[in-house]
Design a protein around this ligand. Structure first.
Ligand code: HEM
Length: 509
């Protein structure tokens, strides 16, 4: 049972209460936070303030570690917060405190290399503490036993991306995309963040559920929609308080627990349904069950990877559609590339059937235009900040001490938006050379923490985009919106963006 019963019941009571009760509870909780914080802040943890010497990175001035007001921008406007830190400290390596935790922020080529290859730096521990948007499943993400289970999950993820399962997935992903794109009118417009990613059409979410879970879940539009709503709720309930004080029953935490519980039950239900029916299906759930993994590992695989996979892939798809809508020359090049891969003999078949005949190897090695588009989009519109915890020993980066226990951050903007590496960095230009020197491009991560879903993500993106490009001409009004790196999930610009489209073929999708 992954939840404490008390919290679970509190969540039920809170969520079914009226607005007035919720407001009173929220006010009480806020009061409790204000009263409790100074005491919490003085608990254990690394304490580098008391050891200010030249090895110690300078501290961000005017940021009180226990004042939510001061540290909230780290969660709400991270890009601005980190840039402000570099500006105020005038240092390439600096630090701030999040309550009793020391967080050290790095920049520059040598720090980047040290960060990605440091032996004691742990991604899961860093992400768990500083991000908080993962569903917590005891034994997978929330206790000391997790390492072995995570290793198994990673092994299974590699198995999903072997040639044979990927080949089987291609027609299924295309079929999902076809079904959703068939709902588009002959001409119209949409907001790519809504249509491609979020609850209204959630194309990428659908294909990710298809790729990483079970046929029963993926083929039920109601269940996919419900999952999407719940994952959105998890994102929305990731607040500074719910991340930093997960023991405090804030309204956000209760909503998060509630959403986690429902996702957990849906996944367990899908597993039980398969076990009950005894029917063997050709999908990822079957592979997981056939591998004989314990139930918690299977649940952890589906719950954790759905979120890891759908978020970044959905954001990338939305931005590619926007960029191609504003750069119709690249749209034409991408379309021509896909048309050149279509088999000659299939003009009478549907577009999705024709695309399904293209082998995995061709998608992977004969699509240089799509590859350049994906690569450049990740550079400019993937607002990732890599997070680690130093599990020890103390280490030095650029002459600055990173104490054991400290959290360490490397914002990808440091390299991807550096004008010295990428002149005019906000300009989207897939033709620009991407630096291979000094880890000058980190879109899929580096070293031992390179993205483990790259193959699947690229195939998903290419298939969905290929069908969209063959089916529609589309455009976006100039000036194109600039990615907003303060929105850590979608990079969504403040102004609304609209893609106008027209069907370009009589051929069935
Ligand atoms: C466009 C889509 C994606 C992008 C841009 C992306 C990017 C990344 C990056 C940059 C990292 C390294 C993070 C760091 O160093 O802090 C990473 C790690 C990871 N990604 Fe992805 N990812 C994508 C899709 C996926 C998908 C579809 C899956 C799973 C199906 C996935 C699973 C993972 C996992 C498990 C890790 C952690 C690796 C580890 O613990 O060592 N990703 N990803």
């Amino acid at each position: 049972m992954p939840y404490s019963i008390g919290l679970y019941q509190a969540a039920c009571a809170f969520l079914s209460a009226g607005f007035a009760v919720q407001a009173v509870v929220a006010a009480m909780v806020l009061l409790a936070i204000v009263v409790a914080l100074p005491f919490v802040a003085s608990q254990d943890g690394t304490d580098v303030d008391s050891d200010e010497d030249e090895d110690t990175p300078p501290t961000l001035p005017g940021c009180l570690p226990w004042l939510l007001w001061d540290i909230a921008p780290f969660f709400r406007r991270r890009y601005d917060f980190l840039n402000r830190g570099f500006r105020l400290t005038r240092a390439a390596v600096w630090q701030f405190k999040l309550m009793n935790n020391t967080v050290i922020v790095l920049s520059g080529a040598s720090a980047r290399r040290a960060f990605f290859y440091a032996k004691g730096f742990d991604l899961t521990e860093g992400f768990k503490m500083l991000s908080g948007a993962l569903p917590m499943v005891r034994g997978v993400t929330s206790d000391g036993l997790h390492t072995k289970r995570i290793a198994t999950i990673h092994k299974r993820l590699a198995a999903v991306q072997r040639n044979a399962p990927l080949t089987d997935l291609i027609p299924q992903i295309l079929d999902d995309a076809r079904r959703m794109l068939e709902t588009y009118e002959h001409a119209g417009s949409f907001d790519p963040f809504e249509a491609i990613y979020s609850a209204s059409r959630f194309l990428i979410f659908q294909t990710t559920v298809r790729s990483l879970s079970s046929t029963e879940l993926a083929s039920s539009p109601e269940r996919v929609a419900r999952l999407k709503t719940l994952y959105d709720r998890l994102d929305a309930s990731t607040t500074p308080a719910s991340v930093l004080m997960p023991w405090l029953p804030t309204p956000a935490l209760l909503r998060k627990l509630w959403a986690t519980k429902e996702i957990y039950e849906m996944v367990v239900d899908a597993i039980q349904q398969r076990e009950r029916d005894g029917e063997v299906k050709n999908d990822t759930l079957q592979m997981l069950l056939d591998s004989g993994d314990e139930r918690l590992t299977v649940v952890g695989f589906v719950m954790g990877l759905l979120i890891a996979g759908a978020r970044a892939t959905g954001t990338t798809a939305a931005w590619i559609v926007l960029f191609l809508g504003g750069h119709t020359d690249w749209q034409a090049r991408a379309r021509a590339e896909i048309e050149s891969l279509l088999p000659d003999t299939t003009s009478s078949s549907s577009l999705s059937d024709a695309l399904a005949e293209i082998p995995v190897a061709t998608w992977e090695s004969s699509t240089p235009v799509l590859d350049a588009i994906i690569r450049e989009t990740l550079r400019v519109a993937q607002p990732h900040t890599a997070m680690r915890r130093n599990l020890g020993p103390d280490t030095y980066i650029d002459g600055k001490r990173i104490p054991s226990g400290a959290f360490v951050l490397y914002p990808f903007s440091d390299v991807h938006l550096d004008p010295a590496i990428y002149p005019d960095p906000w300009r989207w230009d897939p033709a620009r050379p991407h630096s291979t020197k000094d880890l000058g491009y980190v879109g899929w991560g580096v070293g031992k923490t390179t993205c483990l879903g790259t193959r699947l993500a690229k195939i998903e993106l290419k298939l969905v985009l290929a069908l969209f490009l063959l089916a529609f001409d589309f455009s976006v009004q100039q000036p194109l919106p600039v990615p907003n790196w303060n929105d850590m999930l979608l990079c969504r610009p403040a102004t609304k963006c609209t893609v106008a489209y027209t069907k370009r073929t009589q051929r069935a999708l």
